[in-house]
Design a protein around this ligand. Structure first.
Ligand code: MRU
Length: 348
């Protein structure tokens, strides 16, 4: 399994996903500021992987803190956490992981753990979150694979695989689980402009894992659906509101509308840590706007005239009415999502 995020005494090690598929490099990030920047610049990306990186980043910041007293460490913890949380706004997993680390810190403080032992407790917690993410992905894989027939041709968007998580993946976890069950599955991967997560990352990891795949550009999806060559659309999510509206990589909404027109099941696969039941619907999900250069340039080469006005929202929101099912680590939710998602949360 690829180690997207790992801990060493030197700092947080992350596979630099900006360099794939040309180079497989694992730089070390030695401060929490460096980890925050790595998240912002998409060295690591994908909602669950961002959450795990955030947890390790917070543990790293506390490990590096010079605070001599616990009172000063309390203040350091909050400022470290806010630096990490300012890195990217849409994936709720980032904030969920920061909350988990805060709970752990508070528990350590209340139980009277010494100043010297607090960093170790936080590092153990971050490692536990990473292992829990892999286990959650395997459960989602099992639930999802039950919904998939053999010979299925699955269209996916962006990268919701090993690389987007601590391991195994969400949407691609369903593909891996179906393949492990002996089902013949193949994938159509959207290239996913502008950052090309599909072409660079999904194609790379599916090839490594021996899953048959066809890479297409984003504007080909409708054509292949109409031609009867797609049986399921399966994607991940960055944040899901209480009514089931789901934010995911820009372009997902268009695929959901196309899937409905062609009567193709549209599945969203995400752990319950991606649910944000504090939001009534998807209109309230903050959408990250990224640099226009991601649109005007490809590999550092301009493909548009200098000075052109650009929009670059990194995510869109798919209204729940287009979603056939939300596959979580606690089971499968269907309409009415407002009820089925609440039941899954209570199950925890
Ligand atoms: O901008 P990215 O690459 O972080 O966006 C990633 C996605 O949109 C994924 O589909 C989502 O985070 C789910 S990953 C399991």
């Amino acid at each position: 399994m690829i180690r997207t995020v790992d801990w060493t005494e030197e700092g947080v090690v992350m596979l630099d996903q900006r360099k794939l598929p040309r180079e497989e490099l694992y730089p070390v990030f030695k401060t929490h500021e460096e980890v925050a920047q790595a998240i912002r610049q998409m060295v690591v990306r994908g909602a669950p992987a961002i959450g795990v990186a955030a947890a390790f980043g917070i543990a790293l910041g506390v490990r590096n803190s010079k605070a001599a007293s616990l009172e000063v460490l309390d203040r350091d913890f909050d400022s470290i956490s806010s630096v990490i949380c300012a890195s990217r706004p849409t994936a709720i997993n980032l904030f969920w992981a920061a909350d988990q680390m805060k709970e752990c810190y508070t528990r350590l403080r209340v139980s009277g753990v010494s100043r010297a032992d607090i960093p170790g407790g936080l590092i153990e917690k971050a490692k536990a979150l990473r292992e829990a993410d892999i286990a959650a992905n395997r459960r989602m894989g099992m639930f999802g694979a039950e919904l998939i027939q053999s010979e299925a041709r699955i269209l996916t968007h962006c990268n919701a695989g090993e690389l987007a998580t601590a391991g195994y993946g969400t949407a691609l976890g369903v593909v891996y689980a179906a393949a492990e069950q002996g089902k013949n599955v193949s994938v159509y991967a959207d290239e996913t402009r502008p950052f090309l997560q599909g072409a660079r990352l999904t194609a790379w990891e599916l090839q490594r894992n021996g899953i048959p795949l066809t890479l297409i550009t984003d504007n080909m999806a409708g054509h292949f659906m109409k031609a009867g060559r797609i049986d399921y659309v399966i994607v991940g999510a960055d944040r899901i509101a209480a009514n089931g509206d789901a934010a995911n990589k820009i372009g997902t909404y268009g695929l959901a509308v196309l899937a409905r027109e062609h009567r193709i099941p549209f599945f969203v696969v995400a752990p319950v840590s991606t649910l944000d039941l504090s939001l009534k619907d998807g209109d309230q999900i903050p959408i990250e706007e990224r640099s226009g250069e991601e649109v005007t340039h490809l590999n550092g080469v301009a493909v548009a005239p200098a000075g052109v006005r650009v929009a670059n929202p990194a995510f869109d929101v798919t209204p729940h009415r287009f979603i056939s099912a939300i596959i979580t680590d606690r089971g499968v939710a269907r309409e009415p999502f407002v009820e089925s998602l609440a039941v899954l949360i209570d199950r925890g």
